[in-house]
Design a protein around this ligand. Structure first.
Ligand code: CO
Length: 136
């Protein structure tokens, strides 16, 4: 019945104060290195992807205190920020979620890291967890 929903976890995102320090932790403690580091001005973050098996950990460092991730850090400190599901058709996934009464932060996709089309769904819809859809 549900054909547009995720088939994989694309990434798990963690908000961090200092991206370089966190990357050093991942390298020293777990032996894993980033596959990308980029600044996404539109989202107010400097972010990095670390490949883990078939999925990724995304580290997010805010560009300033007034950005969404900056506000998250001052409220919650470092930690889990969102879970991203991979979807093959983001418009269909959004239409389905809308039909199910989900509160969409993005009703139309925007461009995120890596040039992927993405959209966020409000944390109130899923146990306080911000969900990102990533079209792959
Ligand atoms: Co993300």
């Amino acid at each position: 019945m549900i054909t547009v929903l995720p088939y994989n976890i694309h990434h798990v995102a963690i908000a961090v104060e200092d991206l370089d320090a966190s990357l050093a932790d991942f390298a020293d403690k777990y032996g894993i290195a980033p596959i990308s580091i980029e600044t996404v001005e539109e989202q107010g973050v400097r972010e990095s992807m670390i490949a883990v098996g078939g999925s990724h950990i995304q580290l997010l460092q805010p560009l300033g205190p007034d950005t969404p991730v900056g506000k998250f850090l001052s409220r919650n400190g470092e930690g889990l920020h969102h879970i991203a599901f991979a979807v093959t058709d983001i418009e269909a996934a959004l239409a389905h979620l809308q039909q199910e009464g989900a509160r969409l932060i993005d009703s139309t996709p925007r461009i995120g890291g890596g040039g992927h089309r993405i959209a966020f769904v409000h944390p109130a819809d899923l146990a306080g967890t911000l969900i990102e859809l990533v079209e792959v």
